[in-house]
Design a binder for this molecule. Structure first.
Ligand code: GCO
Length: 257
């Protein structure tokens, strides 16, 4: 028997927040390529439609799941509706995140609170919905949260995002120990500098672009497709004895100073 069967997600379902673009779309394609039916959450209907078409064009199965992460109170109903349409959520990937750059003393309270709602409260509430459903149905599960280099360090002008990603690092552990008894594994994926809409303004700055390439041992920006393997691994039986860990897909960034 090939050990590749452990990575097979045929018959499984997955919900990826922010799955219509960037790293989330890379993850959605990876899970779909491994056989999962994916629900792609996003705010932009055009991007959602395009993302579902890309997955269909590669032979995968995807449904669009538009809902507002910032409206934290509406999330349990939104989650229940997606789960109903999918026939249950086997894997939840809390990927969606927002950035708000500015020196800490110049960040407006409503901007800070918005980052908190999207990057931390929404993953917390959606993870609760996921765990409640799996526990009620007596099903094991794999929950994935997207961390960041900012889960381990920071850089100037990123305090709200750094605060939320530091919390995500600890939430991976906290959820892992709360839900291990139910067979729900909880792990994180920590991106390095990846070429996405969020980082395009940085990549467009020649000095920042050069710094990232010099600071990253593998010498390049990451790409969304670089996440397909790590996501499939953590979503599948291949990682059956792994929980509470973060895999950094960072080109070696954290391996050096
Ligand atoms: C920034 C970037 C970073 C990356 C990513 C790195 O402003 O430095 O937005 O925060 O997006 O989080 O892991």
């Amino acid at each position: 028997m090939s050990n590749l069967e452990a990575f097979d997600l045929t018959g499984k379902t997955a919900l990826i927040t922010g799955g219509n673009t960037g790293i989330g779309l890379g993850i959605a394609k990876g899970l779909a390529r491994s056989g999962a039916k994916v629900a792609i959450h996003g705010r932009d209907e055009t991007k959602l439609t395009q993302a579902c078409k890309e997955i269909a064009d590669m032979g995968g199965e995807a449904i669009a799941a538009p809902f507002d992460l910032e409206d934290n109170e509406s999330l349990p109903a939104a989650y229940a509706q997606v789960s109903e349409r999918l026939g249950g959520v086997d894997v939840l990937v809390n990927n969606a995140g927002m950035q708000c750059r500015g020196r800490a003393d110049q960040i407006a309270l409503n901007d800070f609170n918005r980052i908190l709602k999207v990057n931390l409260t929404a993953p917390y509430v959606l993870s609760q919905c996921y765990a409640r459903e799996r526990i009620a149905e007596g099903k094991e599960g794999s929950l994935i949260l997207i961390a960041s280099l900012m889960s381990e360090a920071s850089r100037p002008t990123t305090s709200p995002y750094t605060a939320t990603k530091g919390a995500i690092r600890q939430l991976v552990k906290a959820f892992a120990v709360d839900w291990a008894d139910f067979g729900i594994r909880v792990n994180g994926i920590g991106p390095g500098y990846i070429q996405t809409g969020m980082t395009q303004p940085l990549l467009d700055k020649p000095d920042f672009d050069a710094w990232v390439k010099q600071r990253t041992p593998l010498g390049r920006w990451g790409q969304p497709q670089d996440f397909e393997g790590a996501a499939t691994f953590l979503a599948s039986n291949a990682s059956r004895f792994i929980t509470g860990q973060i895999i950094y897909v960072d080109g070696g960034w954290l391996a050096t100073f």
